[in-house]
Design a protein around this ligand. Structure first.
Ligand code: NAD
Length: 477
């Protein structure tokens, strides 16, 4: 699945073709009778007239039924691993449907959809392999709460981690992407995960999410989403759950990149564009603030804006699309307001034209003095650019650390020793050198942040599963 190969594009187009107009449903999958809340339509963010199907959220009663039925996965590790591997195979068999759903529900370009499916499958196989080597037993039933920006990979990774360790799972997908979650959950059940071990509860964060993170029957929570929501969950857990109940939170970032005067400009331009604008900037790892060394800044910015003009913005159903829509009307309005305010302050350096229809935000570059001018994570295709003097490198690092976030950091340099200098000082979970700063590889490049960006352990890493288990001390007379 290398999208540089035109044959792969043809395969994708063929496999997803039958799903172009298909309708889907998302509803609670619980071990018991569902009452369900009020159904609503799922809409394509690129073409809101395209209705993917109907979503029935979980009712308060459904949540209680699921909590009552929830069980640990009482079987041996080899069986759990076999079932998770079977699920990985099923995911691959259904790639056409996934590519269609990811484009139509989440606005994912096909490049993003390929990466996302591969990551989901890798999580299933990697945690299956780790399950067989686990020393300690499961904790109980985990609530897994996922965001819309990786509706398949993160949803699957959390669940696979909890299940591999032998826990039960109550999964609450994001409001915006329940159809991806429902489709995936059905494959996990079809692979052999028992119905009382994995239950799906689509619905609002404030109702369904809150109920699932404030119940003493829940042993722990795996959460990925915004830092603000993680804090709400943390306080709900402190109030209602056992003091030792773990929260595994993967949250937001304010990510920077340095391009110094020795960087290879063509490569750095390509990597800045991918880091800031791929997935329409809707990645926790995305580049938010670029620091360019003053001596080369003018020329570099000129090249960057020229390359920005080549980005293809549009419906991700169109295979060559680089930048799709943002997730919904609310996100579009918030980001558009932010850009309008920046425009009023005279900070717009370069921007593309926004299509009239659909929830699009055209990629934009804004001038800032430094990362301290960013007061929050703007979750869209908005790149801030600052300039720095060579002598100020350590001040830049200090400013980035002062945000309190610590997710990703990018460095483009050819100076010996500079990489180690930065690694030793920057407080982030993932650093990327002379490449784009998005992406992770399950197993070899685990992903996760520190500070406001998350609690650890890193997803796709050797420590992840241990958090879903409890070490027991035995003493036999
Ligand atoms: P969000 O915090 O709004 O929602 C995430 C999930 O939490 C959703 O399922 C939502 O319904 C649920 N939720 C909301 N309120 C809740 C509550 N009170 N109790 C329980 N659950 C609740 O985040 P989002 O907009 O879906 O996702 C974007 C955010 O996720 C960004 O900040 C991004 O940086 C972050 N993110 C982080 C990572 C990472 O690995 N660190 C990965 C992807 C996304």
């Amino acid at each position: 699945w290398d999208l540089t190969d035109a044959r792969d594009l043809e395969d994708i187009a063929k496999a997803r073709g039958p799903w172009a107009d298909a309708t889907f449903t998302a509803a609670p999958l619980i071990a018991g009778t569902t009452t369900g809340g009020t159904p609503y339509d799922a809409r394509n963010p690129a073409r809101p007239e395209d209705c993917l199907g109907s979503v029935t959220p979980a009712s308060a009663e459904d949540v209680q039924t699921a909590l009552h039925a929830a069980r640990e996965w009482a079987t041996d590790a080899a069986t759990r691993a076999r079932v998770l591997r079977k699920a990985a195979d099923l995911y691959e068999d259904h790639f056409g449907a996934f590519f269609a759903i990811l484009a139509r529900e989440a606005g994912k370009s096909q490049l993003d959809a390929v990466g996302e499916l591969r990551e989901a499958v890798d999580f299933l196989r990697y945690y299956a392999g780790q399950a067989e080597a686990l020393q300690h037993p499961a904790r109980g039933v985990f609530t897994c709460i996922s965001p819309w920006n990786f509706p398949l990979a993160i949803f699957t990774g959390q669940i696979a981690g909890a299940l591999a360790a032998g826990n039960g799972v109550l999964a609450k997908p994001a409001e915006q992407t329940p159809i991806t979650a429902h489709y995936a959950a059905q494959l996990l059940l079809a692979a052999g995960v028992p119905r009382d071990v994995l239950q799906l509860l689509p619905g609002d964060g404030a109702t369904v999410g809150a109920a699932l993170t404030s119940d003493p029957r829940v042993a722990g929570v795996a959460f990925t989403g915004s830092t603000e929501t993680a804090k709400l969950i943390q306080s709900a857990m402190a109030k209602h759950m056992a003091p030792g109940a773990p929260l595994i939170a993967e949250t937001g970032g304010l990510n920077a990149m340095i391009v110094d005067s020795t960087a290879l400009p063509e490569q750095a331009v390509r990597d800045v564009l991918a880091s800031a604008f791929q997935s329409a900037g809707q990645r926790c790892s995305a580049l938010r603030c670029l620091y360019v060394q003053e001596d080369v800044a003018e020329e570099f910015e000129r090249m960057l804006f020229g390359a920005m003009n080549e980005l293809r913005l549009g419906d991700p159903w169109h295979l060559p699309t680089d930048v799709g829509p943002v997730i919904d009307a609310e996100a579009q309005a918030q980001i558009a307001d932010y850009i309008a305010q920046s425009r009023a302050e005279g900070r717009v350096l370069h921007e593309l034209t926004t299509p009239a229809e659909g929830h699009f935000i055209a990629p934009v570059a804004l001038r800032v003095r430094g990362i301290h001018d960013l007061t929050r994570e703007v979750f869209g295709p908005v790149l801030h650019i600052a300039r720095f003097k060579a002598a100020d490198l350590d001040r830049v690092i200090a400013d980035v650390n002062a945000t309190g976030y610590g997710l990703t950091f990018g460095l483009h340099t050819r100076i010996d020793g500079r990489v180690q200098h930065v690694v030793d000082r920057i407080h982030v979970g993932n650093m990327y050198v002379n490449r784009n700063q998005i992406g992770a590889i399950v197993g070899s490049q685990p992903f996760g942040g520190e500070g406001l960006s998350g609690t650890g352990p890193k997803a796709g890493g050797p420590q992840y599963l241990a958090r879903f288990t409890v070490a027991k001390t035995g003493s036999v007379a």
